[in-house]
Design a protein around this ligand. Structure first.
Ligand code: XMP
Length: 327
C-alpha cells in the first residue's frame, strides 16, 4: 500500500481541509488495494478502529465486515453506541457478538491481574477467529494501527499491538489506512468522517476494559457496580465541563466491604474509588483537583444509585507511586 511510512515533511493534519484531503487520498488507495474483495475489521468502538471503519465504509461499503465483540467488560452504553453509529447510521455490515457470558465464565475465580489479561486477550482472538471462519471470501484484515505503534514496535518498546494473534491459517493481507497518523490527526479525520465527538475525543480505555477495575476475581455484581459508578462519573464530568479536560477518569471497586448505614440500618457493602488523572504520555500522572461540591454530589449519587455500595473514596495518588489502573 502507498505511504507505508510517514513522510518526514508531512504536514500535521490539524484542519478540516487537511483531513478532507487525507480522506480523499485514502479512499482512493483503499479502493485500489481492496478491489472487489472483502475486508474484516475488529471494531472495538475506540477511536482508531472506528476511524478505520468509517474510512472503509466510504471506500468499499458492504465489502467491509465489522465484528464488534462484547467481552462483558465494556462501559455502560458502549456496545449500543457502536451498533447505533455503525449499523443504524452508517449502514455498515456489522456482526455484533455478545460473548459476555463466555468471558465472565472463563474469568470466574481468577485473581492474578496478568492471568486475567491473558484470558481476556486470548478469548478475544478466539471469538474473533470463530466469527471470521463463518464468513466466506475474506482476503483482507483492517487494523487501526497508528504511527506511534509502528515507532514503538521498531524501538522494541512494545510488540506491534494490533498485528498478529490470529491463527496461522488466517493469513489475511493487512489494511492499515491510519498507520501514518498521530492520534490527534486520527481524531480530526474522525470528526470529518462524521463520527460523534464523544467517540472521537474519548478518553483512553484499556483493552481488558472494566476487568482491571474490578480487582481480584471478577464477580458479576461487583462488575455491575464498577459499570454503574463509571457511568455516573462520566455523566457528571460531562455536565461539569471536565470531559475532554481530564485525561482519564474512572471508578474501581475493590474486593472488600465496609460497614455503613443505609435507610437507618447497618449495611455491609463495597467501596467505590474514584480516579481522575492528567498526563501527556501515561508514564507519569498528576491527580485532578475535583471541586469539593462535585465530589460531594458524586458521593451522594453513587451511594444512592449504585447497588451494593455505601462508601466512596477519592484516590489522591500520583503516578508514581501509584499506576493509573489498579492492576
Ligand atoms: P498504568 O496503570 O500502567 O496505565 O499507569 C497507563 C495507561 O495504560 C492503560 N492500560 C492498558 N491499556 N491494555 C491496554 O490497552 C492494558 O492491559 C492496560 N493496562 C493499562 C491505562 O488505562 C492507562 O491509560
Amino acid at each position: 500500500m502507498a505511504n507505508d511510512r510517514r513522510p518526514d515533511d508531512m504536514v500535521r493534519i490539524t484542519t478540516p481541509e487537511l483531513a478532507d484531503a487525507f480522506i480523499e487520498e485514502q479512499i482512493k488507495a483503499l479502493k485500489e488495494q481492496v478491489g472487489d474483495k472483502k475486508v474484516l475489521l475488529a471494531l472495538s468502538g475506540g477511536v482508531d478502529s472506528s476511524v478505520v471503519a468509517a474510512l472503509l465504509i466510504k471506500a468499499v461499503g458492504q465489502q467491509l465486515v465489522c465484528v464488534h465483540v462484547n467481552h462483558g467488560l465494556l462501559r455502560k452504553g458502549e456496545p449500543e453506541q457502536v451498533i447505533s453509529v455503525f449499523r443504524d447510521q452508517m449502514k455498515a455490515n456489522l456482526v455484533y457478538v455478545d460473548a459476555s457470558d463466555r468471558f465472565l465464565d472463563k474469568l470466574a475465580g481468577v485473581t492474578d491481574p496478568e492471568t486475567k489479561r491473558k484470558i481476556i486477550g486470548g478469548e478475544f482472538i478466539e471469538v474473533f477467529a470463530e466469527e471470521a471462519r463463518k464468513l466466506d471470501g475474506i482476503e483482507f484484515l483492517a487494523q487501526g494501527t497508528i504511527w506511534p505503534d509502528i515507532l514503538e514496535s521498531e524501538k522494541g518498546i512494545k510488540a506491534h499491538h494490533n498485528a498478529g494473534g490470529l491463527p496461522e491459517d488466517m493469513n489475511f493481507e493487512l489494511v492499515e489506512p491510519v498507520k501514518i497518523l498521530f492520534k490527534d490527526e486520527v481524531r480530526v479525520v474522525g470528526e470529518r468522517l462524521g463520527l460523534p465527538a464523544n467517540m472521537v475525543y474519548r478518553q483512553p480505555f484499556p483493552g481488558p476494559g472494566l476487568g482491571v477495575r474490578c480487582p481480584g476475581a471478577i464477580t458479576r455484581d461487583r462488575l455491575e457496580a464498577v459499570r454503574e459508578s463509571d457511568a455516573i462519573l462520566r455523566e457528571e464530568f460531562a455536565k461539569n465541563g471536565l470531559e475532554g479536560k481530564v485525561w482519564q477518569y474512572f471508578t474501581v471497586v475493590p474486593d472488600f466491604k465496609s460497614t455503613g448505614i443505609k435507610n437507618g440500618e447497618r449495611s455491609f457493602e463495597w467501596v467505590v474509588i474514584i480516579r481522575a488523572v492528567n498526563t501527556t504520555d501515561a508514564m507519569t500522572a498528576t491527580v485532578e483537583n475535583i471541586p469539593f461540591e462535585l465530589m460531594q454530589h458524586l458521593v451522594d449519587r453513587i451511594t444512592k444509585e449504585v447497588k451494593g455500595v455505601n462508601r466512596v473514596l477519592y484516590d489522591f495518588t500520583p503516578k508514581p507511586s501509584g499506576t493509573i489502573e489498579y492492576e
